[in-house]
Design a protein around this ligand. Structure first.
Ligand code: NAP
Length: 261
């Protein structure tokens, strides 16, 4: 006999869940923080900008305790360890980790400076590893843990003039599948989402470039570009009880761009 699922009203709720979000001061991170807060989660917010984190924490209307603000640069081992410790201590444990901290950079293999390559990989790929490395022992103690990493459609299709960024996101997809395999016996689900063009501070320079915007609109099959809430809703699904049998997927959220028609 199939097991009875939680009622629909509970399947997309996060009441009692304790979530650590990196990149929380950014466009997608903020939308996830607001959505999780609305869904009843208690939050620990991590980013390198403490001022923006504190402003976000003040603006979140949580019924429960105020969000924990834990500033850290995800490339710095000691800062990441301290932020995860602060988050777990303040929330009384961790059930959810969302990795949204990241940067982008233009350049092909020929034009990317090796130091710039290393710096980007250090944030997007190694930074995510460091946060996971510190968070997994806490997630193992949860009854119902989930990790979601914000990858990119460029890991699926290869971004023109985005060699380091695409490689970093390809690494995150592989890390997601590897972690899903390693952590499944502990009941920890690990997934990624792969957004296409989303309107955030990261893409603000592109939004001001009419030629680039013509390209992105033409490459996106649906007749609009993405908003941070499009990503936040998919992340909510992937950490909520509604996706309790889903692990190891990399979910394109790109208005059909990866179809390449
Ligand atoms: P965003 O607004 O720039 O947010 C990214 C956040 O991460 C920023 O607050 C940024 O701080 C922070 N961050 C960068 N490096 C960090 C570090 N070393 N330590 C701690 N925090 C750091 O960009 P977004 O569009 O919301 O991007 C969020 C994630 O989605 C990124 O991983 C991005 O690659 C991915 N994504 C975005 C799009 C898109 O179209 N927007 C598409 C696909 C994937 P600073 O502001 O100080 O850099």
């Amino acid at each position: 006999m199939p097991r009875a699922p939680p009622p629909l009203s509970a399947r997309f709720r996060l009441d009692g869940h304790r979530a650590l979000l990196t990149g929380a001061a950014g466009g997608i991170g903020e939308a996830i923080a607001r959505t999780f807060s609305e869904a009843g989660a208690s939050l620990a917010l991590v980013d390198r900008d403490a001022v923006r984190l504190r402003a976000l924490a003040r603006s979140l209307s949580t019924a429960g305790p105020a969000p924990i603000v834990a500033p850290a640069d995800v490339t710095r081992v000691a800062e990441v360890a301290r932020a995860v410790r602060t988050a777990a201590a303040g929330l009384g444990g961790l059930d959810i980790l969302v990795n949204a901290a990241g940067v982008t950079a233009k350049g092909s293999v020929a034009t990317t400076d090796p130091a710039a390559w290393r710096a980007l990989l250090d944030i997007n790929l190694t930074g995510t590893f460091l946060v996971c490395h510190e968070a997994v022992p806490h997630l193992r103690r949860s009854k119902d843990a989930a990790v979601v990493t914000i990858s990119s459609v460029y890991s699926l299709i290869g971004g023109r003039d985005r060699a380091a960024y695409s490689a970093s996101k390809g690494g995150l997809d592989a890390l997601t599948r590897s972690m899903a395999a390693d952590l499944a016996p502990d009941g920890i689900r690990v997934n990624a989402v792969n957004p296409g063009f989303i309107r955030t501070p990261m893409t603000a320079p592109t939004l001001r470039d009419p030629k680039a915007m013509r390209f992105f609109r033409a490459a996106t099959l649906l007749p609009r570009l993405g908003d941070p809430q499009d990503v936040a809703d998919a992340v909510l699904y992937l950490v909520s009880p509604a996706s309790r049998f889903v692990t190891g997927i990399c979910l394109a959220l790109d208005g059909g761009r990866a179809l390449g028609r």
